[in-house]
Design a protein around this ligand. Structure first.
Ligand SMILES: [Zn+2]
Length: 153
């Protein structure tokens, strides 16, 4: 997973930066919504390889790990007031509905981040979910290509 992330960043961080309009200044993972203490496994995996400070975040315990809805108050990222703009990069290991990443992006903006970008390393697809059939058809052939840009129009 680390190799995948680093290869993606080497090839496509400039694409993400161009789309956002700024290079990331901080990085954050979507906090675990399970009662797991300590550093998020993805943050531990990445460590200081990106050379960016990590943003910590509190989690609202009112929402459980099986919640798949957007909640503006799900996360409270700790961002210090700064004279320089904060450009947050969210790293997430799995995209299911996007509710957690979108809730965190909203919270980051509310907390003062100027821009927020998200890089998702994996996606969970329920094959019995009818709208997912188009995606599954599109990936029926092994088309994974690290050179293919995720920032496509
Ligand atoms: Zn690209």
């Amino acid at each position: 997973m680390l190799a995948l992330l680093l290869l993606f960043l080497r090839g496509h961080l400039p694409c993400v930066t161009a789309r956002v309009g700024a290079s990331p200044t901080h990085v954050i993972t979507v906090p675990s919504t399970r009662s797991r203490a300590g550093v998020h496994p993805l943050a531990e995996l990445v460590g200081d390889r990106l050379g960016l400070p990590w943003i910590a975040s509190a989690v609202n315990p009112d929402y459980g790990p099986d919640d798949h809805d957007f909640h503006a108050d799900w996360f409270t990222p700790f961002i210090r007031t700064s004279r320089t703009p904060i450009h947050a990069l969210i790293l997430e290991d799995t995209w299911t509905t996007g509710a957690r990443a979108q809730s965190l992006a909203h919270a980051l903006k509310t907390a003062g981040a100027t821009t927020v970008a998200a890089i998702i390393l994996g996606r969970h697809v329920d094959p019995s979910y009818t709208p997912a059939k188009r995606l599954l058809t599109a990936i029926a052939d092994p088309v994974f290509d690290i050179g293919r840009c995720a920032v496509e129009d």
